[in-house]
Every structure is written in C-alpha cells, then in structure tokens.
Design a protein around this ligand. Structure first.
Ligand SMILES: Nc1ncnc2c1ncn2[C@@H]1O[C@H](COP(=O)(O)OP(=O)(O)O)[C@@H](O)[C@H]1O
Ligand SMILES: [Mg+2]
Length: 272
C-alpha cells in the first residue's frame, strides 16, 4: 500500500456553521482521490478557494472529513497525530523566543527537548543556512529567513510527512527560487514525503515528482502530471522543453490556456 492514501475524500461545511445568511451547505472537497509514496514530493495546484487547505488539514487530522478514507503510513487518520510537520504561508514564530527556542518548541511539547534535539536543531539551521542566528529573535530576520526557521521547526521531530500550505507565497521571486532549491536539499536530507500547495505553476513543476491539479470547488483531482525532469533538479531546467511541457499541461488543466493554444505552443517548440 502507498505511504499516503486519500480515497474519495469529501468535506461538507454545513450551512448551520457558515453564518446566519448561509442557505446551502458548502462542499469543499468531493471524491478527492490520490496516493503518494514514502519520500515523494507532490505539488498541489488549483484555483483559489477550491479546497486545497481543507485537504491538507484533513490529511493532518486537524479537521474531520465527511466521507472517504485517508491513511498515512498505514494508519487511518481520524484525529491529530504527531508524525508530520506543517508549514504555513506566515512563519508564525514566537517573537519573544530565540530562533533556537522556536525550532525546539515542538520538542518541548513532546517533552523531548534534550541535548540531542538541540544538536539536531543546530544541524537543521545549518542546513538552511542559518548557522550563527541561533540566538537571534525572529524580528531580526528577513521573511525568507523566518520561513526557513519555520521549516526547521516543522522538521525537528523527524516527521515522515511535511505538509506545506503556500509557504513561499509571500516571498519575492528571487528568494523563492532560493527557497525552492533549499527545500529540495532539505527533502533529500530528511527523506520526508511532501504535500506542497502552491499558486505558482512553475514552482509546482520544479519541485514535484508529481503535480496534482485540482478542479474548481468542490476539489477533485483533474489531472496528474509527472514532470520528465529526473530527481535532481537544477535551475536551468526551468528553461528546458520537458519543464515547459509540464507547465503547459498544468496551465491547460487550470484553464489558464486552452488545449488548442497548448498544442500550438508545443508544435512551435518542436519546429525550433
Ligand atoms: N472552517 C470552515 N468553515 C466553513 N467554510 C470553510 C472552512 N474552511 C474552508 N471553508 C470553505 O471551503 C472552501 C475551500 O477553502 P480552502 O480549502 O481554504 O481553499 P483553498 O486553500 O484551495 O484556497 C472555501 O469556499 C472556504 O470558504
Ligand atoms: Mg488555501
């Protein structure tokens, strides 16, 4: 069985919970089905409001599903569990704590904040280029640096699964490119599987073994793309035809360009 299995997951927010003016239930997810392997990197693309965050929260056991099956590492998810890390768009660091103490926070909650954990925190911070900042406070760091701290915090308990919800959405383009490469390196070192929600088609393609494109709400998997780029990604690949082919396919599935336009572009490329 695959490491992660999401089978016909459905989520309905009942009208009674949506506020006084809501008349109808809101179906956020419907029959969402996909699976992923240990260590696999899966990008999730889809229109805003289609249900991506809802899906991640269900996989994390933070909210319940209305129907369907979700299992991670052979265990049915029916409530919060420990073996994942979550990175949100906002770093969400505690301003009064040092960088080191922010990274160690989950270990404190787990009563495992010992010398070994501190050593691992140091290793992770060094892996993301933050050696020397252990005693800094979050406000002394740039947005990209803060997000790197939050990545270390998500990985400190060595989870097998990393859930990331538009983690680089607030960063400028160049910082984002750096963060993409850094994330691939971190993933190599930790071996964690990653479910990565993004609005950026090129980021989705660059990072993923598998790109899932979701439909408009209620979200279903409309298309699955496996970029023919091999496991080792290098920046120049962003300009190669295999990369552009995957981007094109995702753009068509998202309705950014039509199938006809996509076919024309592909033809033009083969003529070059
Ligand atoms: N806790 C909630 N209660 C009611 N509706 C919600 C809740 N969370 C999300 N929704 C609704 O579910 C839909 C999907 O939301 P979300 O998963 O955040 O989309 P995405 O992350 O793809 O932008 C939206 O219409 C949103 O308003
Ligand atoms: Mg979202």
């Amino acid at each position: 069985m695959a490491f992660g299995v999401i089978e016909r997951a459905r989520k309905v927010f009942p009208a009674s919970e949506l506020g006084p003016t809501a008349r109808e239930d809101l179906v956020a997810l419907d029959e969402a089905t996909f699976s992923f392997e240990e260590g696999e990197f899966v990008s999730l693309l889809g229109p805003s409001g289609c249900g991506k965050t809802t899906l991640l929260r269900i996989v994390a056991g933070l909210i319940s599903k209305t129907a369907g099956r979700v299992s991670v590492a052979g265990r049915e998810v029916d409530g919060p569990y420990g073996d994942y890390g979550f990175v949100f768009q906002a770093p969400g660091l505690m301003p009064w704590r040092s960088v080191m103490d922010n990274v160690l926070f989950p270990m404190e909650v787990l009563h495992r904040s010992d010398a070994k954990a501190r050593k691992r925190a140091g290793e992770l911070l060094s892996l993301v280029g933050l050696s020397g900042f252990e005693n800094s406070r979050p406000h002394q760091l740039s947005g990209g640096m803060q997000q790197r701290v939050s990545l270390c915090r998500a990985l400190i308990h060595a989870p097998k699964l990393l859930l990331m919800d538009e983690p680089f959405g607030a960063l400028d383009e160049l910082t984002r490119l750096d963060m993409n490469d850094l994330l691939l390196e971190v993933r190599r070192e930790t071996g964690a599987a990653v479910l990565f929600v993004t609005h950026s088609i090129s980021e989705a393609v660059y990072l993923a073994d598998k790109v899932l494109v979701f439909s408009r709400r209620p979200a279903r998997v409309a298309c699955q793309i496996e970029p023919a780029l091999g496991r080792d990604r290098k920046r120049h690949m962003r300009y190669e035809s295999a990369f552009q082919a995957a981007e094109r396919e995702a753009s068509i599935a998202l309705g950014v360009i039509t199938e006809e336009t996509g076919a024309l572009l592909a033809k033009k490329e083969t003529l070059q």
